[in-house]
Design a protein around this ligand. Structure first.
Ligand code: SF4
Length: 152
């Protein structure tokens, strides 16, 4: 039973039926968490967010209509630069972006740096972080070290 009081399979089945069974529901569990009443503070993924590193700085970038580059779905108040003023490459390789990557990977999201992002409310990149973490965890030590060196 989903925390919202609706059976997960019932809800999932209803959504798929409405779409003629032609859709794949990605992260449906995450959706159910967000509509549940189990956590009124809305910090549904807090424990998991701090349990794995955030790799978003290497795998995602959001370009807003005004040209701002947001480092993650929720990072709109922390632009890394603006493509109307600089090339994407110079922003991607900037000290500011490198600093973000490092903090996102190593700091707990309770750190003041992340207040503007509000990671604990909703991390829309959590499923991507899970996937990357799983893949990295499966690497051999030497491969992990090599990757670590490349990512600096
Ligand atoms: S919301 Fe926080 S944890 Fe999620 S991708 Fe952004 S910086 Fe990383």
């Amino acid at each position: 039973m989903a925390a919202s009081g609706i059976e997960k399979s019932t809800l999932e089945g209803a959504v798929k039926k409405k779409a003629g069974g032609k859709i794949h529901l990605d992260n449906f569990e995450g959706f159910l968490k967000r509509i549940s009443k189990a956590n009124p503070a809305g910090q549904y993924d807090r424990a998991e967010i701090d349990a794995i590193p955030c790799y978003v700085g290497w795998i995602f970038s959001r370009i807003l209509a005004n040209g701002d580059i947001s480092p993650c779905c929720r990072g709109v108040n922390m632009p890394m630069g603006n493509i109307l003023e600089q090339s994407f490459r110079s922003i991607w390789e900037s000290v500011k972006y490198r600093d973000f990557r490092c903090r996102a990977k190593y700091l707990k999201k309770s750190a003041p740096f992340f207040t503007m992002i509000g990671c604990y409310e909703f991390c829309d990149n959590l499923m991507h972080n899970r996937q990357v973490h799983k893949r990295i965890s499966g690497l051999k030590t030497g491969q992990r070290r090599h990757l670590e060196k490349l990512s600096r």
